[in-house]
Design a protein around this ligand. Structure first.
Ligand code: ADP
Length: 363
């Protein structure tokens, strides 16, 4: 837990005019539908925008206020924080906010009320903590190998931190592992310190489903809001080349995210999805109190035994929610109206204000 004091945040929140709250975020990642959804719910909106990046927010008309900064990381500067507080802002964190502001500064210096659980952001960013949470929840995850000598089937090798899949590789024996590591070291793609931290896990052969959940702390209910599958380079292009030619080309697959497709799942798999979401919410209550609060996402692979195997978790809004800036099949089922994840967040904040219980969902 960092130095940002919960009491101080609540004092700031209690000083706000709660009839005049602004929903603010950093202009990147999922900010278009976070801000658009806030407007749909009747809030004022503000974007903290890096100079030169303002066009989408102007042209899609989602921001009432622009706080211009030289670089994204300036969102944690004192003057910017003050401007945000002056507007009665609740900040919605997303992947780019966490990456640019940095976990240390979010935990220690960012004295602006945020939606969600501030402490859980570190749990999804650090692979060991993330794994601890997933193990505690009892959900099916890929087996982990302690060292390369144990490799007895195809594995996926990952390096520290989310790199959008860059530099991940597949190997099927200790020799192949060593060969690929040597070649990456030679090309300076990784350093010796990365090799020590290489994470080796079972390669799951299946189809990709990233499930976007929303946990309403106000209702104590887990909602399935939408799903996407990843569109990754070059693996998704590689599969269009006949296998025989792939061998001739000698290309290595990579898993760099370039976009997302909306997707729906076979209906018979949905009970597993709800179980996984419910279990994760329960585990998070114990490990990182008060637990999940708002959006979280589980990236899974579904194999031909129809098992949903979760290989990654985010405990904040995920980029794949951009596939339903209007609505998804699932959020429409639940709400009977168009509901993006961005709008869902603002709906929760509005409910919190209406029930005089905003404290419960602010961190
Ligand atoms: P990052 O967090 O850096 O974006 P991910 O853990 O999401 O990286 O992995 C990137 C991609 O690698 C995934 O979308 C998936 O295609 C593939 N992948 C990850 N783990 C596995 C695994 N255990 N088995 C098979 N493919 C995997």
């Amino acid at each position: 837990m960092g130095n940002v004091n919960r009491k101080e945040i609540l004092d700031i929140l209690h000083g706000y005019n709660q009839d005049d709250v602004t929903i603010a975020t950093l202009g990147s990642h999922t900010s278009l539908h976070i801000l658009n959804g806030a407007k749909e719910e009747g809030f004022k909106t503000a974007v903290v925008c890096e100079k030169g990046r303002e066009v989408p927010y102007q042209r899609f008309k989602v921001a009432d206020e622009f706080i211009m900064v030289d670089k994204f990381s300036d969102i944690v500067n004192d003057e910017v924080q003050e401007q945000l507080r002056d507007m009665n802002s609740v900040v919605v964190p997303h992947g780019s906010f966490v990456a640019y502001a940095g976990l240390d500064r979010i935990e220690n210096d960012f004295n602006v009320p945020m939606f969600g659980n501030r402490d859980i952001l570190r749990w999804e960013s650090e692979r060991d903590l993330e794994r601890k949470l997933m193990i505690k929840s009892g959900i099916r995850i890929p087996n982990k190998y302690k060292e390369e000598s144990e490799i007895d089937r195809t594995v996926m090798v990952k390096f520290p931190g989310a790199r959008g899949g860059r530099g991940y590789f597949v190997a099927s024996s200790p020799d192949e592992y060593q060969e690929k590591i040597d070649s990456m070291l030679k090309r300076n793609w990784i350093g010796d310190e990365d090799v020590d931290k290489a994470h080796i896990e079972e390669y799951v052969s299946g189809c990709n489903y990233c499930v976007h959940f929303f946990y309403s702390a106000l209702k104590d209910e887990v909602e399935v809001m939408g799903m996407d599958s990843r569109y990754e380079s070059n693996i998704d292009g590689l599969v269009r080349i006949p296998a025989k030619d792939q061998l001739d080309m000698g290309m290595d697959p990579s898993y760099v995210i370039t976009g997302n497709h909306p997707v729906v799942m076979r209906e018979s798999l949905l009970p597993q999805v709800f179980d996984i979401g419910d279990n994760l919410v329960e585990a998070a209550k114990d490990l990182v109190p008060p637990g999940m609060n708002g959006p979280f996402c589980l990236q899974s692979l579904v194999n031909d035994n129809l098992e949903v195997i979760v290989f990654e978790m985010s405990a904040r809004i995920d980029g794949g929610t951009n596939t339903f800036m209007h609505t998804s099949a699932y959020s429409y089922l639940l709400f009977g109206e168009f509901m993006s994840m961005g709008r869902r967040i603002s709906r929760e904040i509005k409910t919190g204000i209406g029930e005089n219980n905003l404290d419960a969902i602010i961190t």
